[in-house]
Design a protein around this ligand. Structure first.
Ligand SMILES: Cc1cc2nc3c(=O)[nH]c(=O)nc-3n(C[C@H](O)[C@H](O)[C@H](O)COP(=O)(O)OP(=O)(O)OC[C@H]3O[C@@H](n4cnc5c(N)ncnc54)[C@H](O)[C@@H]3O)c2cc1C
Length: 395
């Protein structure tokens, strides 16, 4: 049986990042991925902040940059937000994952591709894993296991971690389009009929557009909602004829998850529900927490103390970094879920003021949206009527 210091289960961005950081520290790291190709199938719209690109230290994998957004109300009112510089990037998600995982491998991690972890348990003072590759079973042992195996994580299930509080359904497609579109603007569609409990998007790429939506209510109809989105007049006008190249579907776990470490076990990324509650984006938080996870894992491995008590420093560091932001974002999401379409229309009327829109364009930050909410509420206190006490607590 092969033994490693660390086994990382799941070679998405979170797992690839943790594996590369630990391998760079000289630990014996193995990275398991059930699929035969990194980054495929793509289950992501591929929009990230420029911060994510900075963490990776280069623009490889970036297709185009986004500096503005058009937000569409249920009845078709549009708020246009324009930033002075790019706020977000559209990435080739498969290439992006490949860059991270290649770095993990060139830093010394052993990649087990097409190898699905099928069981994990504690035995004889270590963690034992069984993986299936091409029908054959293989056994492995390690001092520490890191579950970066996404929503439905086998690592989380095997050690009795809590389930996500909520799971969103996402459905979309990468499309070839008839018309030319602005490459630096994305469109967001809000409304209880369009995307119940979340929102829909239209993201331009160099070869077409990514169109899709997430829903948190009426989830079995997500695909039907997507088909209606394709018939939306604004989508048709802007894109002309659409040819679907590839569907993009998946689920997104929302937290917070109360417990993400136990003796010799750590969870990171979607497996730990580290997802932004307002946008469903998980790449930035997965990379950010991956850094904390790797630092605390290093301390535990070096001191030969991988107890839950020792590893708890990891969620504490994550909380120090983004705990407040996530708490506020969760409160805002609760308010959003209560809004009826007529409330959204009223919100659009209040926000449709040149000064407020240019302020939003200047200050918006897709990773940390709650700070902006606070400032916007001060400029447009009429918004307080939607959930006065909760919103007041944000100021
Ligand atoms: C429709 C949709 C659109 C999205 N759009 C965006 C977006 O625009 N921006 C953004 O930031 N986020 C977006 N997300 C969320 C984003 O995709 C995730 O947050 C992100 O992929 C999480 O990365 P991860 O590495 O934690 O997990 P994943 O990327 O899910 O990686 C987990 C890996 O583990 C592997 N695995 C699972 N089980 C096993 C096993 N038993 N053995 C071996 N391997 C295993 C899986 O194959 C997978 O490769 C979107 C999600 C959806 C569904």
């Amino acid at each position: 049986m092969k033994h490693y210091d660390v086994i990382v289960v799941g070679a998405g961005p979170s797992g690839g990042h943790v594996a590369r950081l630990l391998a760079k520290q000289g630990f014996d790291v193995a990275l398991f991925e059930e699929h035969h190709e990194i980054g495929r199938p793509v289950q992501c719209a591929g929009l990230v902040s420029t911060r994510v690109i900075d963490i990776l230290g280069g623009k490889k994998g970036v297709i185009n940059e986004i500096s503005g957004a058009r937000i569409h109300s249920p009845t078709g009112e549009i708020l246009t937000i324009q930033g002075k510089k790019p706020k977000a990037c559209v990435i080739d998600r498969a290439l992006f994952d490949g860059i991270i995982v290649n770095d993990a491998v060139s830093s010394g991690s052993v990649l087990h591709l097409g190898s699905k972890v099928t069981s994990i348990k504690r035995k004889g003072g270590e963690i034992r894993l069984e993986a299936k590759k091409d029908g054959a079973k293989e056994d492995y042992g390690c001092r520490l296991v890191i579950g970066s195996d996404g929503v439905g994580s086998i690592v989380a299930r095997s050690f009795g971690f809590p389930k996500p509080k909520e799971v969103l359904s996402g459905f979309g497609a990468e499309c070839i389009i008839e018309k030319d579109i602005d490459l630096d603007y994305l469109d967001i569609f809000i409304g209880n009929k369009i995307a119940p409990g979340f929102f829909a998007w239209l993201i331009p790429t160099d070869s077409g557009a990514r169109i899709g939506l997430c829903t948190s209510r009426d989830r079995k109809n997500t695909r039907r909602n997507f088909e209606s989105l394709l018939r939306h007049s604004e989508v048709k006008n802007r894109l002309g004829k659409i040819k679907i190249e590839r569907y993009i579907a998946g689920t997104i776990p929302l937290g917070p998850m109360k417990k993400i470490v136990s003796d010799a076990v750590m969870l990171v990324g979607d497996a730990a529900c580290q997802v932004k509650p307002l946008s469903g984006g998980g790449i930035y938080l997965g990379l950010l927490s991956g850094g904390h996870c790797a630092n605390v894992a290093k301390e535990g491995l070096e001191s030969e103390d991988l107890s839950e008590k020792k590893l708890k420093r990891y969620p504490a560091l994550f909380q120090d970094d983004v705990g407040k932001e996530l708490k506020r974002a969760n409160q805002l999401r609760k308010i959003f879920l209560e809004l009826k379409d007529e409330h959204i229309e009223e919100g659009f009327r209040i926000l449709g003021d040149e000064k407020i829109l240019s302020f939003i364009g200047e200050k918006s930050d897709i990773d940390y949206p709650s700070g902006l909410t606070k400032a916007v509420l001060q400029k447009a206190p009429r918004l307080m009527k939607f959930a006065g006490p909760v919103l007041k607590s944000l100021i």
